[in-house]
Write a protein that binds this ligand. Structure first.
Ligand SMILES: [Zn+2]
Length: 146
């Protein structure tokens, strides 16, 4: 998490002179880099599955990383929102689609497997709207459906 905070502080300093900046898109992933390698290793492509493009959002093995990734995305968005008072919208690239974009296949044997409706949308995007309370100045970031 320390790296994430250093990252946020560096971005906030770099962007501080943009006092009218309202919308920010950062095409970075806030997941740990090893997640990509792990996903390729446990991909079902060699077993006749849909492969690595059956992406992270529907991958049960990678699901354990989703919560930490989302926490980083939200925490850094909030910190940037506090540091950049004109900001109203922040968007990131993400390995984990913020809203379900999956369906279920049912095999002849009754087994079920999930798949991405749009597996070529890797990475996905996640966006937060910045809400500033007029009286208290409290800042919140809310997940926004794209
Ligand atoms: Zn995976």
């Amino acid at each position: 998490m320390l790296r994430a905070l250093l990252f946020q502080a560096s971005f906030a300093r770099s962007l501080a002179s943009l006092t009218k900046l309202k919308s920010l898109y950062i095409g970075l992933l806030l997941s740990d880099a090893y997640i990509l390698e792990e996903h390729v290793i446990h991909s079902d492509e060699n077993k006749g599955g849909k492969g690595i493009l059956n992406s992270f959002s529907s991958c049960a093995a990678c699901g354990v990383f989703k919560e930490e990734t989302r926490r980083r995305e939200q925490l850094i968005s909030l910190a940037l929102s506090k540091a950049l008072p004109s900001l109203t919208h922040i968007q990131w690239d993400t390995l984990f689609a913020p809203f379900e974009n999956t369906g279920l296949d049912t095999g002849e044997d009754g087994s079920c497997s999930s798949y991405d409706r749009n597996p070529f949308q890797i990475p996905s995007a996640i966006a937060f709207l910045v809400h500033r309370h007029v009286d208290t100045g409290e800042v919140k970031v809310l997940l926004n459906r794209l």
